[in-house]
Write a protein of this length. Structure first.
Length: 197
């Protein structure tokens, strides 16, 4: 028996996936849906009726008699979130990377004017806002947050000071890592320093 499947989505920007099932004749079989580890709270419906999802080895199985015109709507929740490296990764201690869905984000100078991006720090309390940007690369989703830019408070040019750097209000815009270095030279980082508060 032949079965045609048609998947429609705007993945990886949107987590809603539509799958149309078209068997030659009605038939019982398993449909396996990949549920990535980051997709906490994923839901599905068959022909508009919610169906329970239990993932085993990252796949949820829907078993039923499938008929022409059946539609599965899978919703992979795409929360913007921080991820942290193992503490033994010394260079990333006190830092966080940003992720939304399957994509890791970076902070690039082209989106964050004001100099190098390394002095930008992300307060732990800062919310990550999701923004659709049709003006970038034909349409992408970026992340934006209130941040701090660390600035020298001592004499210009001094490498060391007894005073900590000032934490000036700033904003931070992150774009998917795979898109960096497409708009000229500039600084970039994936692991952003975090500040308490």
């Amino acid at each position: 028996m032949r079965v045609a499947l048609r998947e429609t989505s705007d993945y990886p920007w949107v987590g809603e996936v539509r799958i149309e099932i078209d068997p030659e004749t009605p038939a019982a079989f398993d449909l396996k849906l990949r549920i990535p580890g980051w997709a906490k709270g994923a839901t599905a419906a068959v022909n508009g009726e919610p169906t329970a999802l239990t993932a085993t080895n990252s796949y949820a199985t829907i078993h039923r008699v499938w008929r022409k015109g059946d539609v599965v709507a899978l919703d992979l929740k795409m929360q913007a979130e921080r991820i942290y490296a193992h503490p033994n990764v010394r260079m990333d201690v006190g830092r966080a990377a940003l992720r939304r869905g399957p994509l890791i984000y970076c902070v690039e100078e082209a989106n964050n004017p004001g100099g190098l991006v390394q002095p930008l720090a992300l307060p732990r309390s800062a919310l990550l806002a999701v923004e659709s940007r049709p003006d970038l690369f034909g349409g992408v989703v970026t992340l934006k947050a209130s941040a701090k830019r660390l600035a020298i408070t001592n004499e210009a040019g001094a490498l060391y000071s007894t005073e900590p750097p000032a934490a000036l209000d700033a904003s931070l815009i992150a774009l998917p890592y795979h898109l960096w270095a497409n708009r000229g030279p500039g600084s970039m980082q994936v692991w952003v320093a975090e500040l308490e508060g």
